[in-house]
Write a protein that binds this ligand. Structure first.
Ligand SMILES: NC(=O)c1ccc[n+]([C@@H]2O[C@H](COP(=O)([O-])OP(=O)(O)OC[C@H]3O[C@@H](n4cnc5c(N)ncnc54)[C@H](O)[C@@H]3O)[C@@H](O)[C@H]2O)c1
Length: 272
């Protein structure tokens, strides 16, 4: 049931690659809640064509932009304002990729050129995006920005590799921009630290099934599905969270503050 939470709002949603993508679910729900949106992804990802299905369903134009290129981002914001008929009320950064993780390079054996790409694509792109939004004066007063993170920013999860460093940087960038954009335009900036979720980016992580199962066992509410992450994003884009900013918000079924669970104890002691 829709509530009109985003009625009259304009937004940009990055990162919808396929139906599993968290951004895909956010786009569907933003549309259902009354927003007008622009979809964007890297040109190489758009060639796969899936995004057009979503664009039809949510009546959104698609503008290609590599999030590591300033000129692409400037064009994205300028064209989005034209197509949406005004400044942008909300923005979702849902972008992550590590060549090291993808190619199985462990944290103690990183390729540094790939490490730079990991940080550029998965974290610095968030800074670039907000700097471009400022340069093009694209954000509306009182707007809301959300980026998606993971708890490996705070705790070690072997297998998540250099993405852990990217997420730590992403969260810090969110806090810093939250200050600047808050002072300037009352725009709030938050990161959501989401449970492991079965998506293309998730499945690319070595041992993802283990991560997923462990978090499931260690979360009183269980792992949060992508659809529920989308719901949380919508609340942050809505006017019901106008004073929430510069936070890293866990959306993880309680995983981040659970010490141990009976199920995990039973597994550890072999008494299942
Ligand atoms: N899946 C999980 O377990 C999980 C958990 C916590 C956080 N996250 C985060 O959620 C976000 C979305 O990931 P997802 O799980 O939906 O997977 P996904 O693979 O569907 O989305 C990742 C997106 O990043 C895009 N991308 C990569 N390089 C880009 C570039 N240069 N420019 C623009 N876009 C680019 C991809 O095309 C893709 O659409 C990521 O930041 C990810 O780290 C995922």
């Amino acid at each position: 049931m829709a509530h009109g939470l985003l009625k009259g709002k304009r937004g940009i949603i990055t990162g919808a690659l396929n139906e599993q993508s968290i951004a895909w679910k956010v786009a569907e729900l933003a549309h259902a809640e009354g927003a007008s949106i622009v979809l964007t992804n890297a040109p190489v990802a758009m060639r796969m064509g899936e995004i057009n299905k979503l664009a039809d369903a949510v009546k959104a134009p698609v503008i290609g932009a590599d999030a590591t290129k300033d000129e692409d981002l400037d064009k994205l914001f300028q064209e989005s304002m034209e197509k949406l008929g005004g400044k942008v009320d909300f923005l979702l950064h849902s972008i992550g990729m590590s060549p090291n993780v993808r190619k199985g390079k462990a944290y103690d054996d990183l390729n540094y050129e790939w490490y730079k790409q990991t940080l550029d694509i998965s974290a610095m792109s968030f800074h670039r995006m907000l700097q471009s939004a400022k340069r093009t004066d694209a954000l509306a007063e009182g707007g809301s920005v959300v980026a998606l993170s993971y708890i490996a920013a705070q705790r070690v999860f072997p297998g998540y590799g250099d993405m852990a460093d990217a997420k730590a940087l992403l969260e810090s960038i969110g806090r810093s921009w939250g200050y600047y954009l808050g002072m300037e335009k009352k725009v709030r900036v938050n990161t959501i630290s989401q449970s492991p979720t079965m998506t293309t980016a998730g499945a690319g992580i070595k041992g993802f099934g283990g991560f997923y199962g462990f978090a499931q066992e260690m979360s009183p509410l269980g792992n949060a599905p992508a659809e529920d992450c989308a719901k949380y994003c919508i609340t942050l884009f809505s006017d019901f969270t106008k004073y929430v900013t510069m936070q890293n918000l866990f959306h993880d079924g309680g995983f981040s503050t659970t010490g141990v669970t009976p199920g995990m104890m039973a597994k550890a002691t072999g008494e299942e």
